[in-house]
Design a protein around this ligand. Sequence first.
Ligand code: TNX
Length: 532
Amino acid sequence: MTSDDTAVPGLIPAPREVTWGAPGAEPFRLDAATVLAAAPGAEGVARLLRATVGAATGLPLADGTEGSRVELSLDPALAPEAYGLVVDGDAVRITGGSAAGLLHGAQTFRQLLGPDAFRRAPIAPGRTWDVPAVVVEDEPRFGWRGMLLDVCRHFLPKDDVLRYLDLLSAHKLNVFHFHLNDDQGWRIEIKRHPRLTETGAWRSRSKYGHRASDLWDETPHGGYYTQDDIREIVAYAAERHIRVVPEIDIPGHAQAAIAAYPELGNTDVVDTAALTVWDSWGVSPNVLAPTEDTLRFYEGVLEEVLELFPAETSPFVHIGGDECPKDQWKESPLAQARIAELGLKDEDELQSWFIRHFDGWLTARGRRLIGWDEILEGGLAEGAAVSSWRGYAGGIAAAEAGHDVVMCPEQQVYLDHRQDGGPDEPMPIGYVRTLEDVYRFEPVPPGLSEEAAGHILGTQANVWTEVMQNRSRVDYQVFPRLAAFAEVAWSSLPAPADRDFAGFDARMTDHYARLDALGVDYRRPGGPLPWQ
Ligand code: TNX
């Protein structure tokens, strides 16, 4: 597609091959007579189409195989996430390599229907919907196309999480990295350790205003997901063929847990009984004590996590490992004795000891460990995969050593970072990363050997919520940049300098209309701010 294709819908992310019908080719007309023909295995996607397109159009899309119809079928000859879509005057035929591929095809069909197909209720009952004749053949570049959502710095209610899963699916993203504990809050109910949420989910102060000049307000803040909430989120993601990566961050980012269970901390150097949930940003110095009891405690946590996040949809479990200040371990006679007893060289190796323990523990239970690139320090656990966030270097080193890698360098794809350098930018955090910068992000760094490049599973955009107090602020930071990110992760784009940003930007005109219909408070090029 080029920027000249103004007469046809701008598809995002761009499919691999699109052939629009000849001028004058008959469009497909969706109306009250249109039926859904779902082959075996396609029932779930049929249900989602009724829930989205059915709701937006007000059309019944009843089961049927004759006349005006949308056919959904599977073709195992296609790659699992690949799909084909053929629209002509008679029918819409969507074929997926698996139900996941079929759903991607259904999302493309939704985009072809026009922006109003993204509404929740019909605004013009009785209207008809014309879909241009087209043939699409499509499949993703990467198998890991993700977004991390930090629900710790600010809690987001369950419905907001479900809505984000819908937004990921609409952008053909397939991994949801669920950051569940941090210094500022513990967000998942753990039955055997109830104080993690009774105490650890609440802090005394809430907001950091969205401008640099704003300060904390003194409203208490908190919240957590019950185990039933988690089950609902996991099921909702599975229906949308989104894998969930639960993250339990150790041994740093642990102050909320220590506030709940003071014995988890370095009690010989800190009065951990006096600690409360961290109510500032930055990284707390209060980290886990390297004891056997700490390991047992977190094994208990992870046992419940594994039960809630089944292996089929959560093959990876994230164990954090980032930004663990080592000062307390340096000062603590108990930690030093532990280093000696375990025959370790230093505190880096002590951090590694934690990670290696859980690598073995998770592997024995059929899961794979993934951690932030700090887990390279002190030696990488055998089967570990790495989220490369401090630039590309950690990911390159891990991939060259034969470890799987998810590329998420902060300079490129941290969506908490500001979108513009102007004085009016409401959340002036980090580097300036414009829509175009994200569009020119390349997950596979040049110069990697072919073998190492094969270890780049894919990429994810990370949304840390220190300055995002609610869904609206999250939307503002995430969109429209997530659309550019989705195209990077899905489409086989040329090298960054050769990417057609103007063409992408032209297609974004249609995409903004979709985001409007979806009620996303995205950053509008040229303003105004969505909440003004
Ligand atoms: C670094 S990414 C962090 C987060 C912060 C983020 C802010 C990572 C593993 N750690 O704890 O929220 O920077 O951009």
